[in-house]
Ligand binder design. Structure first.
Ligand code: B1M
Length: 215
């Protein structure tokens, strides 16, 4: 690789995280931390997903790539701009039952937190019951569910049915690569009855929707 952009992308694809901090610092002479995440690191993750999907990369290497991504985001996070001011609303955020993917969820957490929201991130593989409990305990203004597997989209819909059955009306934000806007706006909306369900295609859409839902 010749340029710093290529170096970073390759580090993700190769799962090569030793000394990545120095490359990130170098990239920050040119880019904002979030630009590095969105434009360069996520580009690497996309390649990983394609290779894995095509059977050209084995799972342990995907995991290495994910660990590298996490290390990079952890380093960049301290340099991200934080909006000071009064705390805005609260989101309880989880990856749904049976799903371990959390890089996207954690990005949503970082971006909302940096923009003044209180995010209660309860982690991965969270059953509906745990999400409901956390939402009640923390008086959540919005419930956020993330999931990347196709089966997670079904679980999100089931969760919404369960919540509706318990008369929960907290607005819900859904995100993750396997979701489509159509599925959220039709199937999920129907499952939640009168409740509001929104689709966020990425973490920035998540922030905009959070502003709208709590504003
Ligand atoms: Co997995 N995996 N994985 N994986 N993995 C996918 C999702 C897959 C598409 C890869 C592929 O086949 N091409 C495929 C799913 C296929 C399907 O369901 N049809 C897949 C598979 C099959 C699996 C396993 C089943 C593999 C196996 O064991 N045989 C297994 C599942 C384990 C489980 O969950 N039970 C598995 C495991 C793993 C690793 C552990 C190795 C690792 C995850 C590590 C971790 O997260 N800690 C991993 C990874 C890294 C991926 C890919 C390559 C990358 C995911 C990622 O982090 N992307 C992925 C390929 C892909 O997504 N195309 C793949 C970057 C991240 C920033 O994007 O999470 O989409 P994303 O988040 C985005 C938006 O979606 C949005 O904002 C973010 C960006 O701004 N967003 C939200 C997400 N959540 C949101 C919530 C919001 C708002 C926005 O509000 C609440």
């Amino acid at each position: 690789p010749e340029t710093i952009e290529e170096v970073l992308k390759e580090r993700i694809v190769d799962g090569d995280r030793d000394g990545i901090e120095e490359d990130l610092d170098k990239a920050m002479e040119k880019y904002e931390p979030l630009e590095i995440v969105n434009q360069h690191l996520l580009g690497g993750m996309k390649v990983v997903g394609e290779l894995f999907g095509a059977g050209e990369m084995q799972l342990p290497f995907v995991l290495q790539a994910a660990e590298t991504m996490k290390a990079a985001v952890a380093h960049l996070e301290q340099f991200m701009e934080k909006k000071e001011g009064e705390e805005k609303g609260t989101m309880v955020l989880a990856t749904v039952k049976g799903d371990v993917h959390d890089i996207g969820k954690n990005l949503v957490d970082i971006i909302l937190t940096n923009n003044g929201y209180n995010v209660v991130n309860i982690g991965i593989k969270q059953p509906c019951e745990a999400i409901i409990e956390a939402a009640e305990e923390n008086n959540a203004d919005v419930i956020g569910m993330s999931g990347l597997l196709v089966k997670s989209t079904v679980i999100m819909k089931d969760n919404l049915e369960e919540m509706r059955g318990r008369d929960i009306k907290t607005p819900v934000l859904l995100g993750g690569a396997a979701l489509t806007r159509n599925f959220v706006e039709q199937d999920c909306s129907e499952a939640y009855g009168d409740g509001v369900v929104e689709y966020a295609k990425d973490a920035f859409a998540g922030l905009q929707l959070m502003d709208r839902l709590t504003g």
